[in-house]
Design a protein around this ligand. Structure first.
Ligand code: PLP
Ligand code: CA
Length: 300
């Protein structure tokens, strides 16, 4: 199956492509921005898609902020964005636990982004804050565990520690304890030669010591689709835009969406060739060097 490079398309084909979807789901980091810098052309393109009537959602595996703060960040970078269009893994965790009527406490390996989304739906949590590494692993006892904990959630946590792994695994020793993870990204997209381990690193560690598998809510898991179907989304007329084949494009394919890969993030042209050869992830339907090229094509 050939990937359609939209850059080579004629005006009619570009219009045909635009007419083929009503809903746009876009990944954030690597498509719209990188860290705190907007990717040139992305905001104008997203705002144009909104102007011509497309329903927009921002789907990010990032769990470190609440939806409102993601919306503020998007607005500051030039995107029209509303809080209820943000589908961050911090929000999905809270939404999931609320939807199953969870009443106990969460043991959280993560950040305030998840903690505040949990608070917003009335779910209590422990594990983050100043005592996050206490007690020392040599002195940990069963009385250091909170008997009210009924779920372990693993998201990005820059204060990850050995005592946290001990607590998480100890809670998860009970079969009734729910085990959720935000995402399994291996690394953060970074331009320097320093490798920054992603949340998948922490999830795999907790899975190993608990001898259990987490329910992962972020891409490529289909939880977002189930969530959006309740809002009337038609998969056949939905476009997923992403920068990673093994999360964004895999997610789009699993959900029956059309997929567009841009090359401003994790997956490079070389990466696409490797994926094609080694079949380690699905390939997108359509490709563009950057999202802003779409608006350039419309206006040319
Ligand atoms: N998780 C964290 C903690 C991040 O900081 C990021 C990107 O900045 C991601 C995940 C990936 O986010 P996205 O799905 O928008 O690419
Ligand atoms: Ca991304």
């Amino acid at each position: 199956s050939a990937i359609f490079n939209l850059k080579d398309a004629g005006k009619d084909q570009v219009q045909e492509f635009l007419n083929s979807f009503d809903t746009v789901l876009s990944d954030c980091d690597g498509v719209l921005w990188i860290d705190n810098n907007a990717i040139p052309g992305s905001a104008d393109t997203m705002n144009y898609l909104r102007k011509i009537g497309k329903q927009i959602f921002f789907v990010t595996n990032n769990s470190t902020k609440i939806r409102k703060d993601f919306a503020i960040k998007a607005q500051q970078l030039g995107f029209i964005a509303n809080e209820d269009e943000i589908l961050s893994t911090s929000y999905l965790v809270a939404h999931y636990l609320k939807s199953i009527g969870f009443k106990k406490k969460v043991y959280l390996i993560g950040s305030n982004g998840i903690g505040d989304e949990l608070k917003a739906v009335g779910i209590r949590h422990v594990g983050i804050g100043p005592d996050h590494v206490k007690p020392d692993f040599k002195s940990m006892k069963s009385t250091d565990l909170d008997p009210e904990v009924g779920a372990v959630v693993v998201g990005f946590d820059e204060h990850i520690s050995y005592p946290k792994f001990m607590k998480a695994a100890s809670y998860l020793a009970s079969d009734e304890c729910i085990f959720l993870a935000t995402n399994t990204d291996e690394r953060f997209p970074k331009s320097s030669s320093i490798i920054v381990p992603g949340t998948g690193t922490l999830v795999r560690a907790v899975e190993t010591c608990s001898e259990r598998k987490a329910l992962v809510l972020g891409k490529p898991n289909e939880y977002v689709r189930k969530f959006l179907e309740s809002k009337g989304l038609d998969p056949a007329r939905t476009l997923m835009i992403g920068d990673r084949c093994n999360t964004d494009i895999e997610f789009g394919v699993r959900c029956g969406f059309q997929t567009l890969l841009v090359l401003t993030g994790v997956t490079s042209t070389k990466g696409v060739e490797k994926i094609r050869k080694e079949k380690i992830a699905p390939l997108p339907d359509v490709i563009l060097p950057k999202l802003g090229d779409l608006l350039t094509l419309v206006e040319s």
